[in-house]
Design a protein around this ligand. Sequence first.
Ligand code: PLP
Length: 233
Amino acid sequence: MSLADNLDSIQQRIRAACARAGRDPADVTLLAVAKNHPPETVRAAAELGLALFGENRVQEAKAKIPLCPDRLRWHMIGHLQSNKCRDAVHFFEMIQSVDSLALAQEINKSCDKAAKTMPVLLEVNIAGEGSKFGYSPAQLLAELAQINALPRLEIHGLMTIAPWTPEPEKVRPVFRRLRELKTQCEQILGAPLPHLSMGMSGDFEIAIEEGATLVRIGSALFGPRPRQDKKPD
Ligand SMILES: *Cc1c(COP(=O)(O)O)cnc(C)c1O
């Protein structure tokens, strides 16, 4: 399968999932996860019309983004360390992986120095998996007001990575819980949150049925990722 075929098939599946859920496909954005793929792959995807890309490591993004077409938009989707906030603020138009107040404060500081505002999503570890980053729902609700008070951050919604399973139907409750949690956050903040970033190659259709507005797709689009030996940063 070529990249164009993969993209066609994903777009068809997105439309079909929207139809099942009575949603407008224009409300679901495909974010292409380019991690471990070279700039040439990004360029090929951009030529097919993709405009939004995700990276999970700042070091890799820093090397790659300057070699990609200028008009593309980039989101940080991986765990961010405090000492990488400055670069993250420079390269990304959104950080989807805010998982602590301390990190939010560091991003706020870097934004202040750069005279920028950063849209963020708060990452939630719904299933409580030890191997994953993200807030527990209780911790998120406890820190929400303090994050919202940071002047350089704009909270745009929530993000989650569901547990891996060969039967995506099994993770539907995870997506549903994230949607409910967004409603709770909206009540606390007294303002609507536009985004639910949930759904990857194996489970994006279920995520869309449960309200995803951003689906982060890597392998279904680009094929298996080239191996990476480096530690995550
Ligand atoms: C790698 C990654 C994805 C994409 O995963 P695929 O299963 O290849 O689609 C999505 N979100 C995050 C946070 C990732 O790190």
